[in-house]
Design a protein around this ligand. Structure first.
Ligand code: PCA
Length: 212
């Protein structure tokens, strides 16, 4: 049985905690739908994160890869639909790099689609009353960088499913008025997403649900 690789990011932008890292840590060693999960943390660094995801793909040969990241300000768990071939950083990464209008992969296609059933994941989460929505953009910072690098690395391995999901702030890091979700809710949501990605052959066709 091929494993499931779940990655999160180290904290960035001055935050002391990153929920995506907490989720990846908590799921490491779990078994979901009969598959064992490997959880790993990626550096919030252009280039370094790409190197690390490729290294992890080689090491674990997963059948499913879900990369997670924090999207502060969002209220829902948001599977990303598409990765763009652009780095355009609003803030410096964790080693001070701030690429502007650079390709992730020179000469690569403009974009890659997620290979996760994004709408089925949203439906599965909503059925359990977990806030979820499809997102049309993962931004142009390190999360999109890793998402694009992942899909580029998997481009010839059609049987491997992979994609990216952004999560909101944890309650303890959200400022007044900012949306957040408890870690337990996020863990339930990502577990459901993994289950859906492992068990469903095709995505559902449903209107709406996208807010980003
Ligand atoms: N979120 C950032 C990078 C790391 C993370 O968790 C992003 O959305 O690009």
């Amino acid at each position: 049985m091929r494993t499931v690789l779940v990655t999160g990011f180290e904290p960035f932008g001055g935050d002391p905690i990153n929920p995506s890292q907490e989720i990846a840590r908590a799921l490491d060693g779990c078994v979901i739908a009969g598959r064992s999960v490997v959880g790993a943390t990626l550096p919030c660094v252009f280039g370094g994160s790409r190197y690390e995801i490729v290294r992890r793909l080689r090491a674990h040969q997963p059948g499913l890869v879900i990369c997670l990241g924090l999207a502060g300000g969002r209220a829902e768990i948001t599977p990303e639909r598409v990765a763009l071939n652009v780095d355009d950083a609003r803030i410096p990464d964790n080693v001070g790099a701030q690429p502007i209008d650079m390709p992730v992969v020179r000469g690569g296609p403009a974009a890659y689609w997620s290979r996760l059933p994004v709408k089925a994941i949203v439906a599965a989460l909503r059925a359990r009353k977990i806030p979820a929505a499809v997102s049309q953009t993962a931004g142009t910072f390190v999360c999109n960088h890793v998402f694009y690098a992942l899909m580029h690395a998997l481009r010839w391995q059609r049987q491997v499913r992979g994609g990216f999901i952004h999560v909101p702030f944890l309650p303890e890091q959200a400022k007044r008025g900012e949306p957040s979700l408890p870690l337990a809710t996020m863990l339930d949501g990502i577990t459901l997403a993994i289950d859906a990605a492992l068990t469903l052959r095709r995505d559902v066709r449903a209107a709406g649900g996208a807010t980003h």
